[in-house]
Design a protein around this ligand. Structure first.
Ligand code: UDP
Ligand code: MN
Length: 379
């Protein structure tokens, strides 16, 4: 009995020791994981801070004052390890794939900016009215896709922005309807320059891309870089990347130029690229401060670095309306633009996503869109 007792005790002790060791190691792993999660990525830090922001109501958030006390500061993109390994997950909705052509499309959208020109205070709708018009939107202007089918079309809309609130309200009002009728799964990112310096559209686009690429709710396959003042007049104009060798330039017929592709236009307005395509180009150049030529620069990257062709859908219904506006005071014509463009090729490999030094100062999720406040690297 003694002997048996000894064996039994030894076995029990051994099991106990093993259990304790496993528990101890397990705890260590958990701790390490939490540590890594807390410290590693920009994405996580922003997420944490955004969560803290959720207590605010929508109207609270709309007032610009409310950003001043935001607790997100100095999130430097340089400290981010950008992971480009995402595989795109399918929509979590349903098992049946959505049809190639959505049955919800209705054709002409009836884009109307006139109310604004006539000083009609009911038009464009307010952010609250837009949110009410699209009740299935989730926070941050995220739409998880239709309920009854699974969509593979995952889209991030990236809008460079500053001081164009009226344009943004028009834009949001129309784009949500268009994308939902197209059965896309999407999120709207408004990347706003958060200082009084000269506008830098390229840095805003690159920052928006990195943020959207690290989105926690979905991993967008397709990125649209979209002027805020340019709106599609027909919902059959598909926000769906071509992929492969083709970059999509959607806004090649605009009212301002009598709906003709002309006059040395390149890829301004609305352009769609997959994340692989955009990374191959090293994104936009960060070097253009002020108005002009940053779109000619990316055009050169598309053609000569990507060796991509630019697809402009030929269908007659492809039409965009632009909101008329004055020149922005803080976005003067860039006098260096011609010289910069002439030397695009020398800079391309070291000027773009891999050298971005902007700072995200705040991220706020509204019902209608995600607002990312950014300080570009000072000139
Ligand atoms: N933009 C902005 N605020 C500015 C300057 C530019 O929001 O002060 C954004 C906005 O999305 C706009 C885009 O950058 O549609 C292109 O600038 P702009 O409209 O001046 O160029 P255009 O094509 O009219 O010459
Ligand atoms: Mn414009």
């Amino acid at each position: 009995m003694k002997n048996l007792g000894g064996v039994f005790c030894r076995k029990q002790c051994l099991v106990a020791v093993l259990l304790l060791a496993t528990f101890y190691l397990g705890m260590n792993f958990v701790t390490i994981e939490i540590y890594v999660k807390k410290n590693l990525s920009l994405k996580k830090r922003i997420e944490y801070n955004v969560k803290n922001d959720k207590t605010r109501t929508f109207s609270d958030q709309v007032g610009s004052e409310s950003y001043a006390d935001s607790n997100i500061h100095d999130v430097n993109l340089n400290s981010t390890s950008i992971s480009f390994e995402h595989t795109t997950s399918a929509s979590r909705r349903g098992d049946i794939p959505c049809p190639d052509k959505s049955p919800l499309l209705k054709g002409p959208v009836g884009v109307n900016f006139e109310g604004a020109e006539k000083n009609d205070s009911n038009w464009p709708p307010t952010f609250e009215e837009i949110a009410a018009a699209y009740p299935t939107l989730e926070n941050g202007g995220y739409y998880p896709g239709p309920n009854d089918c699974r969509t593979e079309n995952t889209v991030a809309i990236i809008i460079p922005f500053r001081d164009r609130e009226e344009h943004l309200r028009f834009f949001l009002y129309y784009i949500h309807g268009i994308l939902q009728r197209q059965q896309a799964r999407y999120r709207i990112f408004v990347v706003e320059q958060d200082d009084d310096q000269v506008f830098n559209k390229g840095q805003l686009m690159n920052t928006g891309f990195i943020y959207a690429h690290n989105d926690t709710r979905f991993h967008p396959k397709c990125f649209f870089f979209h002027d805020v003042d340019t709106v599609s007049e027909d919902d059959r104009t598909l926000y769906r990347c071509r992929g492969g060798n083709e970059v999509l330039h959607l806004s090649h017929r605009i009212d301002k130029f009598n709906y003709r592709f002309c006059c040395g236009m390149t890829v301004g307005g609305v352009i769609g690229m997959t994340n692989e395509q955009f990374q191959k180009l090293n994104g936009f150049s960060n070097a253009y401060y002020g108005w002009g030529a940053e779109d000619d620069d990316i055009n050169a990257r598309i053609v000569w670095i990507g060796r991509f062709s630019i697809y402009r859908p030929p269908d007659d219904y492809i039409r965009f309306k632009m909101i008329r506006h004055e020149n922005d005071k803080k976005n003067p014509k860039n006098n260096e633009r011609v010289a910069l463009l002439n030397s695009w090729n020398k800079r391309q490999s070291k000027d773009g996503l891999n050298s971005l030094q902007s700072t995200i100062t705040s991220v706020v999720e509204y019902p209608t869109h995600t607002r990312i406040l950014v300080k570009p690297k000072p000139k």
